[in-house]
Design a protein around this ligand. Structure first.
Ligand code: FMN
Length: 437
């Protein structure tokens, strides 16, 4: 049980060689796993060659993580019976991960190995063999705290399946409750290393944020739903309170911030005194919560805001070119956040109708609300196009590389977006609201 619980997914490795005896033990552990009908039709391709790793990353769209690991093992099985192949290979993989842990070697079970046809071509794998997963191995200094496990009561059923809870996976925030989003984020934020930048915010959007922020004289700041922490570095060196839905996302945000911040959890109220904050910001995060929760959130912000304070919101508008393309993407990838990596990182995401947000602010008691819109062509199209390129390059396996894939259309989109001036325009896709008491 100690080894089982000590095993962690490791995503950063030291450039230290794994001794051959250790690698042999890890492979022997695989050899002794159970397999369907004792067929043992598995194959383990050991990859140490950097050139091969680079080719897998750039040609097959495999995760860049493989370039960091001293040893990568491609675990394959005979494709005669895919279900048996996955089951048998998985048991071998778990044995390998546990043996690596017992030897003090870090490991990662990797699904994002890219386009299988391409991987097979690069590694010269014959047609009848399929790739189940990659394993990354290496020594590490990074020992992350264990991610929370679902309680046994939630996953165990006696004799018959009983629905303990219904999961939501829609892109539409209104189909979720704040609790189900909290729960999703608490697990999902541990799908990667704590503090990894996951949110997709375009450089132009950041530029706009920085320009508007520079006009504010902030004594202290409340950043609403900070997870993943991307924006915290942009705030001035004043006291920053970061509001999150749960403890894990708070921890994640703490790792992401390069400065000291105070963490707060939102459980229906903001744990701050009345009239204590000069500036509250909610930057591209309102799209992630149901409309019905706006009223309570806004009322709380009004309560904690000083009389001369400002509540500034940035969100992407549904009534814009952005909203239109968002709808098309939803039709293409269906309404399941697991179908595409685009935007699923923190749970649901749906662009907002400005009038509805303004009306909620009014109902919560904000008396002065100014509205500005920016960018007719949404800067995020640049990132969407890159995500799509990655999506297709990796056969839907990974969308999460941040380096630009060079293509004529990609360059063109980047150029057109970059040519846009940062000035307010009626047909803008990004809405900036400034609300005062
Ligand atoms: C089938 C499978 C595929 C996975 N694929 C990836 C992957 O592509 N990239 C990654 O960073 N982690 C991947 N993981 C690791 C999980 O994110 C990790 O197991 C999970 O977050 C729990 O963390 P822990 O392993 O430290 O307990 C994968 C795990 C499994 C079982």
């Amino acid at each position: 049980m100690d080894i089982i619980k000590a095993r962690r997914s490791i995503r950063s490795f030291l450039p230290k060689k794994i001794p051959d005896e250790c690698l042999s033990l890890i492979l022997e552990a695989a050899q002794w796993a159970p397999s369907a009908c004792n067929q043992q039709l598995w194959h383990f391709i050991i990859i140490k060659d950097n050139n091969l790793k680079t080719r897998l990353t750039y040609e097959a769209g495999a995760s860049k993580l493989i370039m960091k690991a001293p040893v990568v093992i491609s675990v394959c099985y005979h494709s005669g019976n895919i279900k048996e192949g996955i089951q048998s290979a998985s048991s071998a993989i778990e044995n390998m991960l546990l043996m690596a842990t017992s030897l003090g070697i870090g490991s990662l079970y990797l699904n994002s190995f890219g386009k299988e046809v391409k991987v097979k071509q690069i590694l010269k794998i014959p047609d009848e063999i399929f790739v189940v997963a990659f394993i990354l191995l290496g020594y590490t200094e990074n020992n992350p705290p264990p991610p929370k496990r679902r309680p046994l009561g939630e996953i165990i059923h006696e004799n018959y399946y009983v629905e303990h809870r219904k999961e939501t996976f829609s892109h539409d925030a209104d189909k979720w409750t704040l609790n189900s989003i909290r729960d999703f984020q608490e697990r999902y934020c541990r799908k990667t290393d704590l503090g990894t930048r996951m949110d997709i915010i375009n450089q132009m959007e950041l530029k706009l944020f920085k320009i508007l922020l520079s006009k504010e004289k902030c004594d202290n700041i409340l950043d609403i739903f900070s997870y993943d922490g991307t924006l915290l570095d942009y705030y001035p060196d004043t006291k920053i309170f970061s509001l999150n839905l749960g403890n894990e996302t708070s921890l994640f945000t703490t790792y992401a911030a390069n400065k000291k911040i105070e963490q707060l959890i939102f459980e229906g109220f903001i744990p701050l005194q009345d009239n204590s904050i000069s500036n509250a910001f909610c930057i591209f995060k309102l799209e992630r919560i149901p409309y019905e929760d706006f009223h309570n959130l806004f009322s709380e912000v009004k309560r904690i805001l000083r009389n001369d304070g400002k509540f500034i919101l940035f969100f992407r508008s549904k009534n814009s070119l952005y909203g239109f393309i968002h709808t098309i993407l939803r039709i293409k990838f269906k309404d399941d956040i697991r179908k595409s990596g685009i935007y699923s990182f923190f749970g649901p995401y749906s662009p907002l109708i400005p009038a509805k947000v303004i009306s909620s602010l009014r109902k919560a008691g904000f008396s002065s609300i100014s509205e500005e819109k920016f960018f007719i062509i949404p800067p995020l199209f640049d990132d969407f196009y890159q995500l799509l390129l990655h999506y297709y390059a990796s056969d839907g396996g990974s969308f999460y590389h941040r380096e630009h894939r060079k293509s004529f259309i990609g360059k063109l989109i980047h150029k057109i977006i970059g040519l846009q001036k940062i000035c307010s325009t009626k047909a803008g896709s990004i809405v900036v609201l400034t609300a005062k008491k």
